[in-house]
Design a protein around this ligand. Structure first.
Ligand code: 4NP
Length: 182
């Protein structure tokens, strides 16, 4: 992610310009099950703002478009891979709801299917403008255009998700902090 890419992305600029209170930026990560990708994004985002000393500026949560695992901790495989990187994932699964569009400034989908589902749930056109894709924050050289669902994959799938999300959450943090007035 660089300045040129930011300037070339009007949807991203609009979403950041609409953040209600830049002193408290509220971001929600969304995937299908809310037990693999989005809780990992939530944990890595929290870790990245702590690294930066800007945790006071952020409110971070995650949710799923599906309702299969409500109340559960993240998938044990995701927890194990995250723990190897010093990250404890203790989010309890919940389903995304219409009220999330009132409660959050940015709603970030892991893939295009999550994105399409969120666009359907969004109650207003303004709410739709809060929805972005995680891939918009990937490093320029990343050979992926979404965060692949690791649920039916082996260990490599979980490691790839963590690698993609580590870079993307840092880029999200830096882009939003640099372009919203604190
Ligand atoms: P996630 O992965 O969307 O990254 O949490 C999945 C978890 C569970 C299911 C699908 C994807 N499932 O079908 O139960």
């Amino acid at each position: 992610m660089n300045l040129l890419e930011f300037n070339d992305n009007p949807r991203l600029r609009r979403a950041i310009a609409q953040i209600e209170n830049p002193k408290k930026i509220k971001v929600l990560f969304v995937c299908l099950g809310n037990i693999c990708r989005s809780p990992a994004a939530e944990g890595l985002m929290r870790q990245s703002v702590i690294e930066n000393g800007s945790e006071g500026r952020w409110e971070i949560d995650s949710a799923g478009t599906g309702n299969y695992h409500i109340g559960q901790l993240p998938d044990p495989r995701m927890r194990a891979h995250a723990r190897r990187r010093g990250l404890e994932l203790d989010h309890h699964c919940r389903q995304v709801s219409e009220s999330d569009f009132d409660d959050f400034d940015l709603i970030i989908a892991m893939d295009s299917s999550n994105y399409a589902n969120l666009r359907r749930i969004a109650p207003t056109p303004e709410a739709q403008e809060k929805i972005l894709q995680m891939a918009e924050f990937f490093d320029s050289v990343t050979p992926c255009d979404h965060v692949p669902d690791p649920y039916y994959d082996g260990a490599d799938g979980f490691e790839l998700v963590l690698d993609l999300l580590t870079a993307a959450t840092r880029n999200l943090r830096d882009t939003v902090e640099a372009n919203s007035l604190a």
